[in-house]
Design a protein around this ligand. Structure first.
Ligand SMILES: NC(=O)c1ccc[n+]([C@@H]2O[C@H](COP(=O)([O-])OP(=O)(O)OC[C@H]3O[C@@H](n4cnc5c(N)ncnc54)[C@H](O)[C@@H]3O)[C@@H](O)[C@H]2O)c1
Length: 436
């Protein structure tokens, strides 16, 4: 059975808590594409194709021509931040895009001014912004966000909205009783429970308003039973966590290759140096812990040491992040991989990825917003595992069932979901005749 997909006509509002490097790079990029200055490279919704039917049929349309997606000409942006800078100023400050490019988009970017943030320093110690909402309880703050959302929708004449968390990584918090049910979470919001950080208040506000929510950082945010239940109850699709860019992207490309060839891995040491605001926030051990947990999980799932003990049982996996201001947003992700082959002979792989963090992340935000909007129009709700493709630490759909990290399996799942939505045959590459 295929889902009926509602029309993608009309305006889509993308709401971004956190108008920093990633968010401003996204916004400037979308305007640049719409003006014909740039191409949306790195975006699957804009540039990706999808094979349909047998190989001999030669049907490979662009995804955006295959399934109704919001047109990027019909997107409007809004957001919140604890710094009052407009998007032009914030983009200049982030230092990702050249000033000459930003100047070509200045009027549009200057027009986007942040709404006051829901922010609490206890969860991000290194930031000192003052453009912050006041409220007696966390529920008051959630209500203020809900009002912001409604005002934005009316003011900008939006037909639909989505929210993607692009705010800083908060300190590590484990799931506790307040996160268990909708009732306990709402009680916690009224009682200012310490286990409810700002990102969770945004997620709650979005889901209450019926707005799809994606989390680009590794914070718990919507990854708690209470918000998963609320999302299902309100027919809202959600997904997270932590955009898969840079080093983890490389890891989930290389590790499946090693595993496929039954090559062993003795150790994988990963270190990053970066100098943007994200790097500064992650310089605090409590915030780094959240990121570390997110980054460490991927190899375990891909290599499955329990079922492949001779190859991966003793793997030593270490991840470091170092704040190094001279590099700015141009992160260096360096990996040393100690592998072993036939008769146990040792070899090494070294990867030095000189990447640009926000350049890799911006198209993911666009895709997530556009695919979540599709999911919503197709009546899909709760955790969207088919969007695991975009995350370092994909949210589980079924508690205890680990999501897949292998990027090629994730891609197959994403594209098969699109085929399914349109009633096309799924492609597994497992057919027995030459046409498959
Ligand atoms: N760039 C990447 O490749 C990448 C990959 C994975 C995850 N991420 C995550 O994406 C997020 C954004 O990254 P970035 O490089 O843009 O960071 P950034 O520091 O440049 O921007 C984050 C912005 O969020 C704001 N902020 C923090 N708490 C807020 C709150 N409660 N409400 C509203 N605004 C808030 C900050 O003031 C800042 O402007 C970070 O959590 C980062 O860890 C980035």
């Amino acid at each position: 059975m295929t889902n009926e997909i509602k029309s993608a006509d009309g305006k889509l509002g993308i709401l971004l808590p956190g108008l920093g490097a990633v968010a401003t790079t996204l916004i400037a990029g979308v305007y640049a594409v719409n003006k014909g200055i740039s191409k949306p490279i790195g975006s699957t919704t804009q540039m990706g194709t999808i094979r349909l039917g047998k190989r001999t049929e030669k049907r490979n349309p662009l995804i955006k021509d295959f399934i109704p997606l919001a047109d990027i000409k019909n997107i409007v942006f809004g957001g919140w931040d604890l710094f009052e800078d407009n998007v032009y100023e914030s983009a200049l400050n982030a230092g990702v895009l050249e000033k000459t490019t930003l100047d070509m988009l200045k009027p549009e970017l200057e027009a986007i001014k942040p709404m006051k943030a829901v922010f609490d320093k206890n969860y991000v110690k290194k930031l000192h912004g003052t453009y912050v909402k006041e409220g007696k309880t966390k529920m008051d703050l959630a209500d203020q966000l809900r009002q912001d959302i409604r005002d934005f929708k009316a003011k900008n004449n939006c037909d639909r909205l989505v929210m993607v968390w692009c705010g800083s990584t908060e300190i590590y918090i484990e799931e506790t009783t307040v996160h268990k049910t909708i009732e306990s979470l709402e009680e916690g919001l009224r009682n200012n429970d310490v286990n409810i950080p700002s990102s969770m208040i945004y997620a709650y506000a979005a889901i209450k308003e019926g707005i799809p929510y994606a989390n680009g950082a590794p914070n718990l945010s919507a990854d708690i039973p209470a918000l998963v239940s609320l999302a299902k109850q309100n027919n809202v699709p959600i997904c997270g966590k932590d955009f898969k860019t840079g080093q983890t992207l490389m890891k989930t490309i290389i590790a499946p290759g090693m595993k496929t060839r039954s090559l062993g891995i003795a150790g994988w040491f990963s270190t990053n140096i970066l100098g943007n605001r994200d790097g500064e926030v992650l310089d605090d051990p409590d915030n780094f812990k959240t990121k570390e947990v997110s980054k460490l999980g991927v190899l375990e799932e891909i290599l499955d040491p329990e079922n492949n003990p001779d190859l991966y049982k003793d793997l030593y996996h270490k991840v470091r992040i170092n704040y190094y201001p001279p590099h700015g947003d141009n992160k260096e992700g360096w990996d040393n991989i100690d592998i072993f082959g036939w008769m146990g002979y040792r070899m090494q792989i070294k990867v030095d990825f000189l990447c640009r963090d926000s350049i890799l992340a911006a198209p993911l935000v666009l895709d997530l917003a556009i695919f979540l909007d599709l999911a919503s129009r197709a009546g899909m709700s709760g955790v969207q595992e088919w969007l695991s493709f975009y995350f370092k630490s994909p949210q589980e759909k079924i508690a205890g069932l680990k999501p897949m990290h292998d990027i090629f399996k994730q891609e197959m799942k994403l594209k098969n979901t699109l085929r399914h939505l349109k009633g096309e045959e799924l492609i597994t590459h497992l057919g027995l005749d030459y046409e498959d």
